[in-house]
Design a protein around this ligand. Structure first.
Ligand SMILES: Cc1cc2nc3c(=O)[nH]c(=O)nc-3n(C[C@H](O)[C@H](O)[C@H](O)COP(=O)(O)OP(=O)(O)OC[C@H]3O[C@@H](n4cnc5c(N)ncnc54)[C@H](O)[C@@H]3O)c2cc1C
Length: 399
């Protein structure tokens, strides 16, 4: 295994760097660096810039308008985007639903929805989780009953990220309550503007409106919005989840975060000396950096195997656990480095503007990011559940 980048890969990196230098708006990268909220318009703007470049869909086949980049190219692109403080593309339509439609959707669904995902005409959200159906997703209860040429949907989804912006939701619904749990689920595409849908905000620990409850009361959904076959939704749901866990290690985010922590700790004084020279703080920062370097090498090893055609297995669970632990530790270090400047919670400070942070750069966002990123070890499959998988496959001798 060769972990050095080839000449072509280095040229690709230079091309990405050039693109970011030319096309990433400075106000956008500043906002990202300072942890400000980008808002719907900001996300849409970056989406449009990438679409114009033809770089919006790294994992899509070219026949559908994607880049069909290999794992190494995708890694380089992610790494450079994080380094340049580019926004992250909202994944629900592009990275999650699209692969399902490309593999299991009808030709009509592919022709209709895929171009609209690229153009940004549709904003998708994910309706998987319900109260009582998170880790144990197969116990979901939202019911869809076939009545002629449509389904009637009743139930509740929860934790629907950015559902307040979405005009479409892909949902797992129960179509056969008598079958074994996994065998009675279907995958439906639902227009959020259909009568009977209500979106209620959930305000997170950092004060942001990022997630929602979505309620369905007698919502009529045309049968042509069923993906694949009725009661086979669990297969498609699992396929989608393999795409949800891409770039799970978040090496780029952690590297950028650690650099910011070091900058902050150099400027902050503690007992008359820069905080970075405090032995306890320096030891924690060094430990985080060593862990990050080790994980980054593991990540590259897995990418290199993926590039040679081997699918990652339990390794993605290992990256999820380690990657999120490291990011949460870096968030904690940032909050400590900002010290008292991370104390007041002023949500306006995250909306950007001309006022600089009261403390060192990034200090206004240090506490909200720390609190917000408690989610990292929960969503995309909680870390406890990932550890069960690792234990079963690696320690228990299972398959
Ligand atoms: C910020 C955020 C955004 C999200 N966005 C979306 C979204 O857009 N769409 C969507 O559908 N879902 C979304 N989710 C839901 C997410 O997928 C679930 O929160 C996650 O699957 C965990 O489920 P749960 O919250 O019901 O917790 P539970 O499953 O009830 O778990 C509670 C605790 O028990 C532990 N636990 C559960 N089972 C086991 C086990 N077998 N062994 C050991 N420990 C166990 C868990 O690890 C956890 O610590 C989001 C969640 C968050 C926090």
């Amino acid at each position: 295994m060769d972990l050095n980048y080839s000449v072509e890969e280095q040229a690709f990196r230079a091309e990405v760097q050039e693109f970011l230098a030319q096309k990433l708006p400075k106000e956008m990268s500043d906002a990202m660096r300072l942890g400000h909220d980008l808002g719907k318009e900001g996300h849409e703007k970056w989406h449009a810039i990438l679409n114009e470049q033809g770089w919006l869909a790294p994992n899509w086949p070219q026949e559908f308008g994607g880049c069909e980049w290999n794992a190494v190219q995708r890694h380089i692109f992610e790494e450079e985007c994080c380094r340049a403080n580019a926004p992250r593309i909202v994944p629900f339509g592009l990275a999650m639903l699209a692969p399902v439609l490309q593999k299991f959707g009808s030709k009509a669904q592919q022709d209709h929805y895929l171009p609209r995902i690229l153009s940004g005409e549709d904003w998708w959200c994910q309706g998987y989780s319900e109260p009582g159906a998170g880790s144990d997703l197969a116990s979901l209860k939202t019911r869809a009953v076939r009545e002629g040429d449509h389904y009637v949907v009743n139930g509740q989804k929860t934790w629907t990220t950015l559902g307040q912006y979405a005009n479409w939701i892909f949902c797992l619904v129960r179509t056969d309550p008598d079958a074994k749990q996994q065998a009675g689920i279907s995958f439906l595409l639902i227009d959020m503007n259909t009568p009977g849908i209500e979106v209620r905000p959930i305000i997170l620990l950092d004060g942001t409106h990022e997630v929602n409850e979505v309620w369905f009361t007698d919502v009529k959904v045309p049968v042509e919005n069923l993906v694949g076959e009725e009661n086979k939704g669990w297969t498609y749901a699992k396929y989608l989840l393999t795409h949800e866990r891409t770039n799970i290690a978040g090496v780029g985010f952690s590297s950028a975060g650690l650099e910011a922590v070091k900058r902050m700790a150099r400027s902050q004084m503690h007992r008359g000396r820069p905080l970075i020279e405090n032995p306890h703080f320096a030891a924690r920062a060094a430990r985080a950096e060593i862990d990050l370097m080790a994980m980054s090498t593991t990540n590259l090893r897995i990418i290199s195997r993926a590039a040679s055609g081997q699918a990652p297995g339990v390794e993605s669970s290992m990256l999820k656990v380690k990657g999120t632990e490291i990011r949460q530790e870096i968030n904690d270090l940032a909050r400590r480095a900002a010290g008292a400047y991370a104390m007041p919670f002023v949500s306006e400070a995250l909306e950007g503007g001309n006022e600089p942070d009261m403390g060192p750069e990034g200090s206004a966002a240090a506490a909200p990011q720390y609190f917000n990123n408690r989610k990292l070890s929960i969503f995309g499959g909680s870390n406890e559940v990932q550890k069960n998988i690792i234990a079963k496959v690696k320690l228990g001798g299972g398959a």
